[in-house]
Design a protein around this ligand. Structure first.
Ligand SMILES: [Zn+2]
Ligand SMILES: [Zn+2]
Length: 552
């Protein structure tokens, strides 16, 4: 009989940035690590979110022992409100992560009774044949952990998202000695964060940002508006520290920022001297140089307070000449265009905007090349699989491993859905399962397919043409010339002749129908066909064409 193998299956986060989700399966036990979302790319029109396809898990529901969450970022927890109702298994996370998940589930009104369990960094849980140890790592959100997974076939180390910061603003520095111990014991497989595998050197400590924020806030003549991710709790802490030092008050703006600050205060991950944090309605009458706002919007999110302010669309807040706006975040690739649009509007309204390299007001939360090599060197895994990144990041990380002496046959660059099968001595990719994107559009999950996306893409690019065809109720013959109405396709005045010509074309086509009244399905197709070709020849565009029949 074949010996049981351990399967490692990424359902998301490999070959893309976001929607991280990893499955580990051994005989009758499955554990899931993270359940994240991805924000849609520009060509995914009107889709709000993207989450992993979990068909594989739904078919093996009875084997699933639990979901383990490494930290509270959206790309690790964001799919939970959509997936938990389908999976209904216990969830294990550290205290802050737990708090953030609870807020999220409440927001989405996901049915209560979800089994959420708190595990402290350093704590252990046993799920079936897996024993999982949470080890503290430094990252851009407190209470982040990596995982040491003891399996019947060997030890697996999952780095989570991490950087190696020996002077973190909150929490403890990474426990390198524990990892070294494991390295000496023997680690079967290392899964490690590749997000910044292209960056040489070391990622600077969060502490550097504190010094920069201090300088900016000390020198700002008027109000300061700091924009960052609401989950960057240590950054918010540093804003509070600097504000307090210069007798400024800090006003959280926007729901997600306000919620995170509240929960982080409650759970003890944020500390603010009395009277520093204030509600927005207390801002009246305060001198401008006593005010700091913290808000989301660093990625150009259209509904965020910052973007609204930039567009003069915020109910309470307007940009004033002399404001200083600090982007304490770097653009997530793909967001640059919308971010710079906001930056432009902010400048136009008289704000001083600090973004990009002007001051070190942001550092990454992910390890750069030297830190990645350090982890590989300390853990000394038999096999290595880069995770969390687009294909190029994964490849780059694999090359790093090879540069420090790992052989290419022990390094596995996988993509979502690939199955890596492990025995104590060997590893190989043995197949592929169904995986992919599930689109969340407003309240509906999963009923937007690629066809709908393609339609939306065509609509947005080439517009729409409606053809109204009047047919005689008795004879089934065309009455008059068809009408053509267009939106977003061509300038109807300039292209008048072309549109007229297309009306004639439809009329001529339908007149050829002979005596027998043609079937509507046939007319429909024929009209689309003929117009498609005609419009493409004339304009090189492919509008969506909708023929309508009116019986008269
Ligand atoms: Zn991440
Ligand atoms: Zn993260």
């Amino acid at each position: 009989m074949a010996k049981p193998r351990l399967k490692i299956i990424p359902l998301g986060g490999l070959g893309e940035i976001g929607k991280n989700m990893m499955v580990m399966e051994y005989e009758n036990d499955i554990i899931i690590i993270d359940a994240g979302l991805m924000f849609p790319e520009e060509e995914m029109f009107g889709v709000d979110l993207v989450i992993p396809d979990i068909s594989y898990l739904l078919e093996r529901r009875e084997k699933i022992r639990g979901i383990i969450i490494t930290h509270g970022h959206e790309d690790h927890v964001g799919a939970l409100p959509y997936l938990l109702p389908q999976l209904d298994v216990p969830l294990y996370a550290t205290k802050l992560t737990h708090g953030l998940i609870s807020v999220k589930l409440k927001e989405r009104r996901t049915r209560s009774g979800i089994n959420l369990k708190v595990v402290p960094p350093g704590g252990t849980v046993t799920l079936g044949r897996f024993r999982i140890e949470f080890f503290p790592v430094t990252h851009s959100i407190p209470d982040s952990v990596g995982l040491i997974i003891h399996t019947p076939l060997g030890i697996i180390v999952h780095s989570g998202d991490f950087k190696i910061d020996f002077t973190p603003v909150s929490g403890q520095p990474p426990d390198m000695s524990r990892l070294a111990q494991l390295g000496a014991q023997g680690v079967l497989l290392l899964l490690s964060d590749s997000t910044y595998a292209e960056l040489p050197g070391y990622t600077p400590s969060e502490k550097v940002v504190g010094e920069a924020l201090d300088r900016v806030i000390a020198q700002a003549p008027g109000r300061v508006i700091v924009t960052t991710f609401s989950s960057l709790v240590s950054r918010i802490q540093q804003v509070i520290n600097a504000a307090a030092k210069y007798q400024r008050r800090v006003f959280p703006v926007g729901r997600s920022m306000t919620d995170t600050i509240r929960i982080a205060l409650e759970l003890g991950y944020l500390n603010a001297p009395d009277g520093v944090l204030a509600r927005l309605d207390e801002v009246r009458g305060l001198p401008r140089n006593k005010i700091v706002f913290v808000t989301t919007g660093s990625q150009g999110e259209p509904t965020s307070a910052l973007v609204r302010m930039a567009n003069r669309d915020h109910r309470q807040l307007h940009i004033l000449r002399g404001d200083t706006v600090v982007y304490s975040a770097s653009p997530i690739p793909g967001n640059e265009a919308v971010i710079y649009r906001t930056v432009n509007s902010l400048f136009k309204q008289g704000a001083m905007v600090m973004y990009g390299g002007l001051e070190q007001v942001h550092v990454h939360g992910h390890a750069s090349q030297e830190e990645l090599k350090l982890l590989l060197n300390v853990v000394k895994p038999k096999f290595f699989m880069p995770i969390h990144g687009e294909y190029r990041h994964l490849r780059c990380h694999a090359n790093l491993a090879q540069s420090i002496g790992m052989s290419s046959d022990s390094t596995f660059v996988l993509e979502d859905g690939d199955i890596l099968e492990l025995s104590p001595q060997s590893a190989k990719v043995t197949g592929k399962i169904t995986s992919g994107n599930v689109y969340v559009d407003g309240l509906s999950v999963g009923d937007i397919g690629t066809v709908v996306l393609r339609d939306r893409k065509m609509l947005s690019r080439d517009g729409i043409v409606m053809v109204i065809i009047a047919i005689n109720r008795q004879t089934g013959k065309l009455v008059g010339r068809p009408d053509i109405v267009t939106r977003g396709f061509v300038d109807t005045r300039e292209s008048r002749d072309m549109l007229e010509e297309s009306r004639d074309l439809v009329a001529r086509t339908l007149d050829h129908g002979g005596e027998r009244p043609a079937d509507w399905g046939f007319i429909n197709n024929k009209v689309r066909d003929i117009l498609n070709r005609f419009y493409y020849e004339q304009t090189q565009r492919r509008p969506m064409i909708f023929p309508f029949m009116v019986k008269v």
